[in-house]
Every structure is written in C-alpha cells, then in structure tokens.
Design a protein around this ligand. Structure first.
Ligand code: PMP
Length: 356
C-alpha cells in the first residue's frame, strides 16, 4: 500500500506560500520587503570579528547580550524580551503555546497569510474578521469574549497603520483577552505598542530584524511582554526543543541595536523613497493605500493586477499578488533604493503604455 502522507493534517494543511527567493542577480526583487540597504558597517565588523573559538561553542541559550542591547535601545528591562530565530519562529511559539485555548483566536481576513497556517498546524480555533471598507481595523469588530486577537501593525499587505488609541481600545475591551501586535513593519512610520507594556499585561508585541535592520538572512525575531508572559514563551521554546539563535546572529543583532544612527538613517531613506514612489504611481493612475510600512499596496484604475503582475515578471521585476477576494487586483510592491524604484517606474510606464 502506498501512503504519501502520515496523517490527515499533512494531507489537509494548506501550507504558507512564501514569497519567491530567486537567486538571479539581474531580477528586480520587490516581493518580500527586505531592506534595500545592507546592515550597518558595525554589524559587518562584528561578524568579521568572530573567532573560531566563538563558533566552536553552542550559542548562549538566553541571548543575554542581545536582549540587553534591545532593552537599552527601548529603555525597558531585558526580562520583558524574548528572542527567537526570526519572528516567524517567535509567532509559531505564540500560536503553539499561548493561542491554543478553548475559545477562538481572531484576526483580520486580510492580514499575514501565515496566521491561518499556524492555526491549522497547532490546532488553534480561529475566526477571520473582515477589514472595514477602507481596509482599517476597528476594535469594536472583535468579540471581547475571544481568547486572543492578533494583527500586524502596520497591516500586511495593506500597509495601513492602526493607531495606539485603537490598540488601547483592544486592550481595555477585555483584560483577559491576549492582544498580539505583529510589528514587523513598525519602524517605517508607526508608533510601537511597546510604549503600552507598562500599562497592560494582556499585550504581546512581536518584532523582526528582517526589515528595518537588514538582517533577514540571519533570522532574528523578538517578542516584548510582561515578564510572566515572556517566561511562558521561554518554557514553550524549551519544551519544543527549539534551538537558540546562532552565535553570529546574536552578535550581529546586538550590534544592529547599538547602531541607532544607521538604523534611523535607513528607515528615513526608505520612507522618503516610499513617499516619492507613491506620488509617481498616483500620477500613473494607481490607487495607493496610505502606507506606514516599507511597501505599497496599489491598484490600477483600469489595468488588472494580474496583467501588471505578469508583465512586470516578464521584464524581470518581481512583486507580490494574492488570488484572494477583494485584493486580487492589488499588488504589493516593496520599497527599494531610489534607483530600483526609478527602474520600477520606467517598467510600469512601459507596461501601461502598451495596455492602454
Ligand atoms: N510578520 C509579518 C506581518 C511579516 O510580513 C513577516 C515577513 N514575511 C513576518 C512576520 C516574519 O518575518 P521574519 O520571520 O523574517 O522575522
């Protein structure tokens, strides 16, 4: 008897489809929102300074030096911080250990497409709540009796920010309902909910070093919460025998947090380029949602999203698109360097000229 899979879960699971990672250099890759700029020179120096002795030992399981550097940056205590191998791993622990309850988890119907996959993997009951007609998230749409709520802020793929006042409404509506704010893109214009941590113990904030700190290749993510919640996450991580972050990644990440100036410069450049790109796309007939992230969510007034997506691909420009109701005509475009955005504009211009 041939048997392709081991159980119902592996047969029924609709896996997450990651953005493509083509290894060809001549492509313009604007599909997975990495930083267009390299990590700080101080980070590169820290990596070059690693010795054989540093690498022959196992890494610090508590990521202490990294958590201290992050704590110093944010002016909070290190015991409020959890570190993992990318925020995807941190989020997987959150779903596995904190969100699997007798009651439902709620998240927006248009948000990070990994959430339903983790729910299936870890048997979390969930319900997706429609975004408002302007794509915003409203606290009153989320049942206070639910076990938990999770949403990206800014939301992905829309780029829209949810203000801290709305996050307060979420937190105050139900003190026993955990609110997880996934701040992968917060450094490009939003206000972090980390500021609310002293007031609310039902808040968990998740961040990544893959975007604003240019370290997607090293896989580092963080969670911020009250020390009991963080201790719970450590127990979950240890129980699932998840590995600590590697030595090189811990060193690089700590240095990235110590170099505040470079971080702020990179974010400011991305924001300036994003706003320029947004303006020029509008003049070409695109609706551009107001973005607080390092990407734009755009829709052309006459040419379909699929047609533009395919034409861009044929020209070697890769962006992201979902075959999903309500957003099938939208494209998500990562903000590159000014030169990359110029090339994007030229290619789009050519496509529209042919199509119209
Ligand atoms: N959350 C959101 C909303 C994201 O878009 C991403 C990036 N795909 C992640 C989390 C995961 O980022 P990473 O695992 O690289 O930290």
């Amino acid at each position: 008897m041939s048997r392709r899979f081991w159980n119902d879960l592996t047969v029924q699971l609709e896996p997450y489809t990651p953005g493509e990672q083509p290894q060809l250099n001549n492509l313009l890759k604007l599909n997975t929102n990495e930083s267009p700029y390299p990590p700080s020179e101080r980070v590169m120096e820290a990596l070059r300074g690693l010795s054989g002795d540093d690498l022959l030992r196992y890494p610090d399981p508590g990521s202490v030096a990294l958590r201290e550097a992050v704590a110093e940056f944010h002016g909070i205590a290190p015991d409020c911080i959890f570190a993992g191998n990318g925020s995807d791993e941190v989020l997987s622990h959150v779903f596995q250990g904190l969100l699997k309850q007798q009651r439902e988890l709620l998240f927006p119907d248009i948000s990070y497409s990994f959430y339903p996959v983790w729910c299936q993997l870890h048997s979390v009951q969930y319900r997706q709540v429609p975004l408002r007609s302007d794509f915003s998230i409203a606290a009153e749409d989320y049942d206070p009796a639910a076990a938990a709520v999770i949403f990206p802020n800014p939301n992905a793929p829309t780029g829209l920010i949810t203000e801290l006042s709305t996050i307060r409404e979420f937190l105050e509506a139900a003190p026993n309902r955990l609110v997880v704010v996934d701040e992968a893109y917060i450094d490009f214009g939003g206000e972090s909910a980390i500021a609310l941590l002293p007031e609310y113990d039902n808040l968990l904030v998740v961040q990544t070093l893959s975007k604003s700190r240019a370290l997607a290749g090293l896989r580092i993510g963080l969670a911020f919460g009250n020390p009991e919640l963080i201790e719970g996450l450590v127990r979950i991580k240890d129980s699932f025998n998840s590995y600590p972050i590697g030595v090189a990644a811990q060193r690089a990440a700590a240095e990235a947090y110590r170099d505040r100036e470079y971080f702020e410069q990179c974010c400011a450049r991305v924001v300036a380029t994003r706003d320029d790109l947004s303006q020029s796309l509008k003049t070409m007939g695109f609706e551009v949602l107001p973005s607080a992230a390092n990407f734009l969510f755009i829709r052309h007034e006459t040419v379909s999203g699929k047609a533009i997506f395919d034409a861009l691909r044929a020209e070697g420009v890769i962006v992201r698109r979902w075959d999903k109701p309500r957003i099938e005509d939208y494209l998500r475009v990562s903000v590159g360097t000014a030169e990359q955005c110029l090339r994007l504009r030229e290619v789009v211009q050519g496509i529209l000229q042919k199509a119209l």
